[in-house]
Design a protein around this ligand. Sequence first.
Ligand code: 5GP
Ligand code: ZN
Length: 112
Amino acid sequence: MSNCLFCKIVSGEIPSDKVFEDEWIYVFKDIAPKADVHLLIIPKQHIARLDQTTEADAALLSHMLLALPALAKQQGLETGFRTIINTGPGGGQEVDHLHIHLLGGKKLPGFN
Ligand code: 5GP
Ligand code: ZN
């Protein structure tokens, strides 16, 4: 999608602090981290929201989830981590390109 911020990050048109990429996913640091570690895991292909995925995306979604433990370990999150997927305006999603937040570290806030 030509007008999508995260598609522009995948293509390199907008710079990012990349920590990992493979054939399917691109992983980079959130520009406004909410914790010591705050990564965004996104598909390279444009998918706007989790509620727009189908069975056809099952392998990709599985791949995204399965990447998380290794990314957390690489970031030094030995005691665990949090994952968040905001979906749509009601879920607080601000960028309409599917992304998983991976958060961790000593400053990780609780849900209150
Ligand atoms: P959402 O609220 O859509 O779930 O999360 C979007 C996230 O993208 C936010 O945590 C925000 O800080 C991050 N973000 C927005 N614009 C940029 C950007 O240009 N670069 C990076 N690295 N992160 C961004
Ligand atoms: Zn996109």
